[in-house]
Write a protein that binds this ligand. Structure first.
Ligand SMILES: [Zn+2]
Length: 227
């Protein structure tokens, strides 16, 4: 049996067994496979397949990407980008850069050296975290700085291993760790609020955490993910 999926005619492998439901799966090489009871009609099978067209195309794209990585022999490390698992590959290029597309994180490198990989990663990670922080700072600028007559801080990025963020109240400055890129954005949001809250309370007393809890009731869960 053939079906028209994504505008392309694709074969379907049907296995009939003693079972109740019709099951649809995509094999490792992206083929549509059905297992179903002996009495299931072709019309029923086709209906199930067409209802799941978007899912099938997504699975096939994923299998294709996985197979490409394996074929090119660049199944490098797995990296977490904003809390999502990414497969890393390295491609030669004139300039060092990095892109994230679906499950794939691609390094474009002049030369594949550890130093270039690290520098490129930190640069792009810093840019992305800063962009996300700038997008989210408005509430804290208003509720914490404006409301208390404090200057708006400058946010900068640095690669730090022992801290997620640093606050310099006298300089009106907040520094975030580029390593936040590995965690879901909710974690960076917590660190950002944490540093803003230090403009009001400089220690880690209950009064300090009361400020955070007021604006972010689920802060403990976010903080736990960073440990
Ligand atoms: Zn602190």
């Amino acid at each position: 049996m053939d079906v028209l999926i994504g505008g392309v005619s694709q074969p379907v492998t049907i296995t009939r067994k003693r079972m109740k439901n019709i099951n649809l799966r995509i094999s490792k090489d992206g083929m549509i496979q059905i297992s179903c009871p002996h009495y299931a009609s072709e019309a029923e099978i086709k209906r199930l397949i067409y209802m799941n067209e978007a899912w099938i195309l997504e699975q096939q794209l994923r299998r294709k990407q996985e197979n490409e990585i394996n074929r090119e022999g660049v199944n490098g490390p797995v990296l977490y980008w904003l809390g999502e698992k990414k497969y890393v590959r390295y491609l030669p290029a004139k300039r060092d850069s990095l892109t994230v597309d679906g499950d794939i994180l691609t390094f474009y490198l002049k030369e594949e050296t550890d130093e270039r990989i690290e520098q490129t990663f930190r640069k792009v990670a810093a840019k992305e975290i800063l962009r996300l922080a700038e997008e989210r700072r408005g509430a804290w600028d208003a509720l914490i700085c404006h409301a208390h007559g404090l200057p708006l801080p400058e946010i900068t990025m640095r690669y730090m291993t022992s801290r997620w963020g640093v606050c310099y109240p006298r300089k009106a400055k907040i520094t975030l760790s580029t390593r936040l890129i590995h965690y879901p954005v909710e974690c960076m949001e917590y660190v950002l609020l944490h540093e803003y809250a230090h403009f009001l309370v400089q220690n880690h007393s209950p009064a300090f955490y009361a400020v955070i809890a007021q604006y972010m009731p689920d802060y403990k869960e976010r903080r736990k993910r960073l440990k």
